[in-house]
Design a protein around this ligand. Structure first.
Ligand code: ZN
Length: 227
């Protein structure tokens, strides 16, 4: 028997909380990833939300059961790695690392509608560079907002990830009342898999630095050892 999400006993609230936690991970512009879908893994049923950079799975039980989508959804069997480690990550260390990244002014942009953010589009079988966004996929607004310094990534067990993934995970921890975070899979070139209590799993793509994505400064999350 495994833990349920802690906060709510009432059925509708369990469903609502499951939706609240999963929805930020959906990719509304991807037909296969725009809805929560079911997945069977390690002998349990899970609710899954996924986007091209991360996946979240919440254990399914009577109180939070959601209907499957009425369209095709991906099979994650080849994507979810088997556990290969058991490192406890302290929530306060995750928090401290995230908040140590300074805020900087950043211009607010939105995705180019002409090319759907790709910078290029296909018309009558030909590929074109998008002039609307100057091939960047983004439209600048001239407005500034405070955001975490995009020049800094977070290092977990030696592997760099985008700080926004840590922010999203901290939100899940808060919403679900999670008390423990365990790093369950960690190896070069593969996504990191975190287990939150016994109820939630989060898979985060690692950053790959190359000519287009130059190496960034990183701040490392303290890791206190194996238990
Ligand atoms: Zn464009």
């Amino acid at each position: 028997m495994f833990d349920k999400i802690k906060f709510y006993k009432h059925y509708d609230m369990q469903k609502q909380l499951t939706l609240t936690i999963l929805t930020p991970y959906l990719a509304p512009d991807r037909p296969l990833l725009k809805d929560i879908f079911p997945f069977e893994h390690n002998g349990r049923n899970w609710h899954v939300a996924s986007n091209p950079h991360s996946i979240i799975m919440i254990a399914q039980y009577a109180e939070n059961r959601l209907p499957p989508p009425d369209h095709a959804f991906p099979n994650l069997l080849a994507i979810i790695p088997a556990f290969n480690c058991q490192l406890q990550i302290r929530i306060e260390d995750l928090n401290e690392t995230y908040f140590s990244i300074p805020l900087v002014n950043q211009e607010v942009t939105y995705e180019c509608e002409t090319c759907n953010g790709d910078g290029t589009f296909t018309h009558d079988g030909f590929d074109y560079d998008c002039k609307t966004c100057n091939e960047t996929g983004k439209i600048k607004t001239g407005r500034l907002e405070k955001a975490k310094d995009p020049a800094k990534d977070i290092l977990i067990n030696g592997i760099p990830i985008d700080s926004k993934h840590v922010y999203m995970m901290l939100n899940v921890i808060k919403q679900a009342g999670v008390s423990s975070v365990t790093l369950r899979h960690s190896s070069e070139n593969k996504p990191l898999l975190f287990e939150l209590d016994d109820t939630i799993m989060i898979l985060i793509a690692q950053k790959h630095y190359n000519d287009e994505n130059p190496r960034k400064e990183t701040v490392a999350v303290k890791i206190h050892g194996i238990n």
